[in-house]
Design a protein around this ligand. Structure first.
Ligand code: IMP
Ligand code: MG
Length: 408
């Protein structure tokens, strides 16, 4: 026996293009009708699946399974239906989808059988047509490719149930007469050889492409939208952790910035803080004013004044207040801490140097009003002075920055 020869007859791309063309013609021809597409199992299932998904019209689908009795591939011409359709075709347009028209016996039988069931029309679409091998006159209405004699496998078409999974169509030459005979498993060395050969052809032909394809799949598996989101979230969490570790102050600033734009954040923080510092000094700031005073050396000074009220029910000392300037991006652009009980007259503000001003305001005991003991509800004035600030100050804030509780 001569060795079997096999090679690719139609690639995936060629088949795909042909299926599209067929689908386009079929969609046009059946426009407005009621179409039932009936596939002949098993050979036609892949072709039919692609075909119906390329149609631009709606259709019902069903399948038949046929068996021809008689030994080997030489059909006896007696065809038997082993699975019938399950939907009615009366008055409908029937399109039979078959993988190959060979002798024509199978399809002649099927078309005749269906015609007796009073459909509106019966037509046949076959992917492959081996015209030369006809034993009965038969013409398919839609044909993908006309081929010479030769045994083909792949794209749903089998050799002893093998090779249906191949996306391409392969031709196997020098097939013996027993091509459609079932070969017992123990005698299937030839088949195994064939299997190996087909795999080899695929590897040679599609190896690189396949690898690329796999890489693509790998990449897409690695970068699916969910995974990407998860990676970003993890990266942000790690980065924030690192930032907080090295610059702990950033956390506090971030909270404050957030609470500037989202008020309820401050509420959450507020309750948290209250819990945290329960029984800690509480101070309210009132009568806060901001004005500008000209200084001989420094130009305009930004002066914030107000009164701190002890709202704790115990005496406190060393009350401090903090002034903050925010830039256009609500980043802290300047910060000054002052102890209450220190203030400067406009005259002093007019000629003192920056260091002198800040020194004056940072006396914990209070150089003008004593900051040593403020009783509950007691008041004390404060002053915060900014000598410099950026051009784009968007906000100025004053907050209570701490005090000591005095034990009675
Ligand atoms: P026929 O037209 O009645 O001879 O039968 C056609 C059927 O024979 C197809 O549906 C296939 O199942 C099978 N057949 C014919 N040629 C081939 C082939 O080259 N490969 C696999 N099956 C084939
Ligand atoms: Mg078949």
């Amino acid at each position: 026996m001569e060795p079997m020869k096999r090679e690719i007859l139609f690639t995936k791309e060629v088949i795909e293009k042909k299926v599209w063309e067929l689908a386009e013609t079929i969609s046009r021809d059946y426009q407005g009708g009621e179409l039932i597409v009936i596939g002949v199992l098993k050979g036609a299932f892949v072709f039919m699946a692609d075909l119906i998904r390329s149609l631009s019209i709606s259709c019902l689908i069903d399948f038949v399974k046929l068996a021809s009795y008689g030994a080997g591939s030489v059909s006896s011409g007696k065809v038997m239906m082993t699975k019938d359709i399950e939907i009615s075709m009366e008055g409908k347009d029937v399109l039979i989808v078959e993988d190959i028209v060979d002798t024509g016996l199978t399809l002649s039988f099927l078309v005749n059988l269906f015609r007796e069931r009073n459909p509106r029309s019966v037509k046949v679409c076959a992917l492959l047509d081996k015209r030369q091998r006809r034993e009965v006159p038969f013409e398919a209405d839609y044909v993908g490719f006309t081929i010479e004699d030769g045994f083909v496998v792949g794209y749903g078409i089998d050799f002893n149930e093998e090779f249906r999974y191949l996306p391409e169509i392969y031709i196997i030459e020098n097939m013996t007469e027993e091509r459609n005979t079932f070969i017992p498993f123990e005698e299937r060395e030839d088949l195994d050889d064939l299997q190996r050969d087909v795999e080899q052809i695929r590897d040679q032909k599609f190896g690189e492409e396949g690898e690329e394809g796999n890489n693509e799949k790998e990449t897409s598996r690695l970068w699916s939208p969910w995974k990407l989101t998860a990676y970003i979230v993890i990266a942000v969490l790690i980065l924030s952790g690192v930032c907080l570790w090295f610059f702990p102050g950033i956390g506090e600033q971030a909270w404050e910035r957030m609470s500037l734009s989202i008020p309820w954040i401050e509420k959450i923080r507020g309750t948290e803080r209250q819990g945290e510092i329960f029984d800690q000094p509480r101070v309210q700031l009132k009568d806060i004013k901001q004005r500008f005073v000209n200084n001989l050396l420094l130009g305009n000074l930004r002066v914030i004044e107000g009164t701190a009220v002890n709202s704790s029910d115990f005496p406190i000392a060393g009350i401090r207040v903090r002034g903050r300037l925010y830039d256009a991006y609500t980043m802290v652009a300047g910060e000054q801490l002052s102890y209450c009980g220190n203030y400067l007259t406009d005259e002093e503000l007019g000629f003192l140097t920056e260091d002198e001003i800040q020194e004056e305001l940072s006396n914990p005991r209070g150089s003008d009003v004593s900051n040593n003991r403020i009783t509950p509800h007691g008041q004390i004035p404060f002053m915060i002075v900014f000598c410099h600030w950026p051009g784009d100050v968007s906000k100025t804030t004053v907050t209570f920055a701490g005090a000591e509780r005095l034990l009675e």
